[in-house]
Structures are given as C-alpha cells and as structure tokens.
Write a protein that binds this ligand. Structure first.
Ligand code: BGC
Length: 506
C-alpha cells in the first residue's frame, strides 16, 4: 500500500470549470497549471482531477471516447504532462479518474463491437444477442447498431457496459460467465489504460462506480476478485506507490479487495450524510444539530473499523461534482463545524474546488449531461471582476455565480472561510496524530448533542446543544470557531452552542 496516502489531503478539480487559460470560455489543463500556486497555498498535497479524456460530454466526461487521449477542449497531452511535472515539483500528487465500468457510445471499439460481423471487439461490451428475450430491468438499448441485439447500459444510456462477465447467469444464451476467456478483452483493455497513465507518472486513480464491473453480482464477490487481479497484476508488480480510491462507499468490500481508500459518499445510508447534509432528503436544508447522532456514531465506528482492519482509509468529502454544494446546506456556523470535522476525522479528506470559499448550488439548465448536478459545477469564482476572473471570454461554457464568494475577497480577510480552511489544513499537516489511526469517540449521543473525540493528545469537541459545554484539560487551543466571546482562561473555558474546538490536552 502506498505510504503517502496516510498524509494526503486532496483537492478535487473539475477541469472544465477551474480556470480558462486561453479565453475560449472553458477551463483547461494549462489553466490548472497556472493556478498551482493557489492550490499549493491551501496546504493540500494531492489533486483528484476529474476526466479530461476525449469525450462527447454526454456525462461530463465520464463517457470516454478515447481513454488514452486528452480532449481538445482541455488542451493537449503535453499540457497534461507539464501539469503533472509541475505538480510533482511542488510535491503535489495527482490522481485521475478511471472510468472502469463503461465507455461512451462514441468510443471506436464500442462502434466496432456493434457491427454485425464478429471482430476482436465483439466481446468487449455486453450485448444481448436476442432482442426478443430482452429483460427490461437490465436497461438495455436496442436497434441502433447492425448487430442483432441490445447493449447493456452501465449508467446513462450513452454509456455501454464493459464485459467483465456475469456472476449469476439467467440467460445463458448471451450472459458470459465471469472468468470466461471472452471477458479477457475487457480486463486487458482496462489494465492497458491503467498502465498507460501510470507510465506517465500519475499517482493513482479514483475509480468511478468501482462496484459496477461484474454483472449479476449481488454480493460483489466476483467484482472483488476482479479488483484483486488488477491490484496484483498492475499495481503490486510495477506501481506499488500508486493508489486506488473507490467510489463504492462500502469499505468492508472495497478495502478488502485492494482499494486504498473508499469514499464516504453523499448517500442516505451513511454517517456523514445523515449528520451534515440532511436528515430528510438530499435537497433540503440541513441542520447539523438535527442530525442523527446514534446513526452517525454506529456507522462511523463501523466504517473506521473496516478501514483499520483492511489497512485502508475512509475518504471524507466536502462534496464532489455529483453532490449539491455543502454551503447550500449548512449555514455559516455549522459549515465551519463541518470543516473542523472534515480535517480532524481519521481518513483522507477531499475538498471540492470552490467549497473553500463557500460556493453555492445554482439552479441551471443541464449542460454536458450534468442534469441537476450542473449547478454544482459552475466556474471557480476567483475574483469579483467580470466572469469572476475565470475567463476573459464573454461567452462562458456555464454562467458564473453572482453571490459574494470569491478567492480575491477572502484572501486578505483572516476570518474568511478560505483562511479558516487553510488553518485547519495546516493543523492537520503539523500534527501527526491527526493523520494517524488513533481515534476514540468519547461522546456522541442524541441526548447531549455533544460530539467529542480524541486523536492522541488532541481533542475535538463540537457543541450542537443549546447550552455551554465546559471543556476539560485544555493545554492549548489549536482552533476554535463560533466562540468569539469564550472565556480565555483555559481552566474555565466553556464552548458556546453551535461552536467547535480543537485543543491539545494537558
Ligand atoms: C461519477 C458521475 C458519473 C457516473 C457515471 C459517477 O460516479 O462521479 O459523475 O455520472 O459515475 O460515470
């Protein structure tokens, strides 16, 4: 397992919306490189770069037409290599997206596989060869290719599923069993994609829909077997320092089959979501103190246990390109509490670009297959200048926000969200204990609405109740918020409602 992950603090960049270096109204790779000083200034040491591969953008680039090339909207392969080199010089690692489960309908191998005559790509994707036996619940698309039958959809209908085989077989006429040699083309293709980018020097992958590979695999045993094979054949042999981070949200499974970190996602059934996003739905306003503490406690402890047992990490996110912006959910005070948790919980924190200045969701028509997610992918708000300093073009790919959040306005203000997040990141960087596995949840219950946990000699306390909470054994305050009028005598300190603190214990 890669050693660097223990100390990693990630920043997620959606290339289309970060910085437009050539004035065409769309962000690009050179733009990201030009903003590396800023990324470095946050204190993060790793970037997760969303897809920049050739794509018709019917799903924001997660519909890849050429897995080994850069889309011209972002620049050239040389631009990517320069970005990687510059980032590495600054000790910033870059992981990229690996879209393992599907391609774009415009992928040339997929088009070949849709031809009536058999060829070397015929088995690369899942096809049902008998239209009349179409099981509708498999979401298959018929009638667009010469080949008699339908292709299987992995996510949107423009994303045909790679054929890694089936675990449970219901239709032996066309479902190819897992392990059959006809699934070799898909496996070999994915391995070649991984090797291609690893040879270029990327530091690993965030694996899209990592649990979706083998079909009819309810208990995921075969999908896990497949990931073990990828890990063994590609990573352990040649790239032991490269990491695999899974979009799975099930550390028991993902970390057991070779992933190094597993996202704790914006899903109803997990700790983070219930506490900091919403108690009701993903779209409503969340109140941190209305959160479900007992569920949070149970789920968090289970996940941490799974991570520790498998020597992996939980990847906590502020949000991502699929989730509504966190600043649209939480008011100013709870937002700061949330960030304190993000940077002090055990695991690997990920910050979504723009979250550090409190960018909010906008209701926008769908663009590039973003649908309701489009409004969470708007251009980075660098300044208050026209186009928010994102681009010199009058015509933008997506409109910029008109709210007050911007890097320039927060840069000089020591109390800004941006500088607060920088301080939290610095605290994590400067304290080994916060990057260790040491974690004790001391208090977390619905009755007191207090959350307190220890990381070695550091304690974090969050007061979500309506009364003051007396702090014990305070040696030094590392960070405090929502508590401007707290008593300064360390022995008498009480944490105000809606406040949180990180302190060193006596
Ligand atoms: C990505 C989405 C994408 C989907 C299909 C997700 O997990 O994060 O943005 O639409 O996979 O590739």
């Amino acid at each position: 397992m890669a050693k660097w992950l223990k100390d990693a603090i990630f920043y997620e960049i959606y290339p289309t919306s970060f910085y437009d270096s050539n004035g065409d109204g769309i962000g690009d790779l050179k733009g990201i490189q030009q903003k590396l000083d800023y990324v470095e200034s946050l204190g993060v040491n790793a970037i997760w770069l969303n897809p920049f591969f050739k794509s018709p953008f019917k799903d924001g680039g997660y519909d890849v037409s050429d897995f080994k090339d850069v889309d011209p909207r972002f620049g050239t392969m040389k631009d990517f290599e320069d970005l990687l080199e510059d980032a590495h010089k600054r000790n910033i690692r870059i992981i990229i997206d690996l879209v393992a489960g599907h391609a774009s309908e415009e992928n040339k191998y997929f088009i070949e596989s849709g031809k009536a005559e058999r060829n070397e790509y015929s088995d690369l994707f899942i096809w049902n060869n008998n239209v009349w036996e179409l099981p509708p619940y498999y979401r298959m698309i018929a009638g667009r290719y010469d080949r008699f039958g339908c292709y299987m959809v992995n996510f949107f209908f423009t994303q045909p599923a790679f054929n890694y085989g089936w675990n449970k077989i219901e239709y032996p006429e066309w479902q190819i069993p897992f392990g059959d040699k006809r699934t070799e083309p898909a496996k070999n293709f994915l391995k070649s994609v991984m090797r291609f980018w690893l040879q270029k020097g990327v530091d690993g992958f965030r694996v899209d829909m990592a649990d979706s590979l083998v079909k009819g695999d309810d208990d995921k045993t075969k999908t896990m077997e497949l990931w073990r094979e990828f890990k063994r054949d590609v990573f352990e042999k040649d790239y032991p320092e490269a990491v695999l981070v899974s979009e799975w949200s099930n550390p028991k499974r993902s970390l057991a089959c070779g992933f190094d970190a597993d996202f704790v996602l914006d899903h109803w059934d997990n700790c983070f979501h219930r506490l900091v996003r919403s108690t009701e739905s993903t779209r409503g306003k969340a109140v941190l103190n209305g959160g479900d503490f007992s569920f949070f406690k149970k789920d968090l402890l289970e996940r941490i246990d799974d991570a520790n047992q498998n020597n992996g990490y939980l990847a906590f996110i502020s949000g991502n390109h699929d989730t509504p912006r966190i600043a649209s959910f939480l008011d100013k005070k709870p937002l700061r509490i949330f960030y304190m948790m993000l940077y002090t919980l055990p695991g690997t924190p990920f910050l979504y670009y723009g979250d550090e200045i409190g960018m909010v969701h906008r209701d926008l028509p769908s663009k590039d297959g973003g649908y309701q997610r489009t409004g969470d992918r708007t251009p980075m708000q660098w300044s208050d200048e026209p186009q928010r300093g994102f681009s010199t073009s009058k015509e933008l790919y997506l409109p910029v926000g008109d709210d007050e959040a911007s890097v320039a306005s927060q840069e000089q203000n020591p109390k800004s969200l941006l500088n607060y997040i920088r301080r939290l990141i610095a605290i994590r960087n400067n304290n080994e204990e916060l990057r260790s596995r040491d974690f004790q949840l001391e208090i977390c219950d619905d009755a007191s609405k207090i959350i307190a946990y220890r990381r070695g000699t550091i304690r974090v306390v969050i007061n979500l109740s309506s009364v003051d909470y007396k702090l014990q054994d305070v040696k030094e305050i590392l960070a405090i918020n929502g508590c401007e009028h707290c008593c300064l005598d360390l022995d008498q300190m009480a944490l105000k409602p809606n406040s949180s603190v990180i302190y060193r214990l006596k």
